[in-house]
Ligand binder design. Structure first.
Ligand SMILES: [Zn+2]
Length: 208
């Protein structure tokens, strides 16, 4: 998945972000500071290569900043004249990080749309989720961003997105509510205005 999405850099976005970006050496130094802040010694043998590994991992975990949904979804879609019923992809697993603590979010996304002529390749929905997942997020924003990206490019009759996720910042610290899940939804078009379509979405999404 990672190798595939890297073929789609965001046009005109990457260069300005790279200019603002610190160097790899600066990023590694920041990790050494955090290691000392945690109470450890960055010069001990087991931690010597850790700053390099963390900097590399961040490039991968936050690769979504270098990618745009317009590039991944493209402008041309597969025509499937006649098929206008709900297309639903259920339980697509993803990882993200919360923007408040930079701790992992582990979740599943279910995405549906009502075609208005063209349809999306099914793998593209998973890639859109990756683009927004590999950024610092709130679950609410990520849900809306996925729905709006598909609505903007494909222009279907409606989009529905349901995300169910566990937040490590809730599970590992503070109140330690282990196993609690947060559900968020975003509806556009007919999924928003038509109660029957919305109910059908929930039936398909939750029927396991
Ligand atoms: Zn958090």
């Amino acid at each position: 998945m990672d190798a595939i999405v890297k073929n789609f850099p965001a046009q005109g976005q990457e260069s300005s972000q790279d200019q603002a970006r610190p160097s790899q050496a600066e990023a590694e130094e920041a990790v050494r500071v955090l290691l000392r802040w945690a109470g450890d010694d960055p010069t001990r043998e087991g931690l010597l290569d850790t700053p390099t590994r963390v900097a590399k991992a961040y490039r991968e975990l936050f690769a979504g900043y270098d990618q745009s949904y317009q590039e991944v979804l493209g402008r041309t879609f597969e025509e499937m004249s006649g098929f206008d019923d709900i297309v639903l992809v259920r339980d697509i697993p993803f990882f993200s990080h919360c923007e408040h603590h930079m701790l992992p979010i582990k979740g599943m996304a279910t995405v549906a749309y009502l075609p208005n002529g063209p349809v999306l390749g099914l793998s593209k929905i998973a890639r859109v989720i990756e683009i927004f997942g590999r950024r610092l997020q709130t679950q609410e924003n990520m849900t809306a961003q996925i729905a709006n990206a598909i609505q903007d490019t494909l222009k279907p009759r409606g989009v529905a997105v349901l995300i169910e996720a566990e937040h490590m910042c809730m599970e590992m610290r503070g109140v330690q509510k282990q196993g609690s899940r947060t559900l968020t939804t975003t509806f556009t078009g007919e999924f928003k205005t038509n109660a029957t379509e919305q109910a059908r979405f929930f039936t398909l999404a939750r029927n396991r």
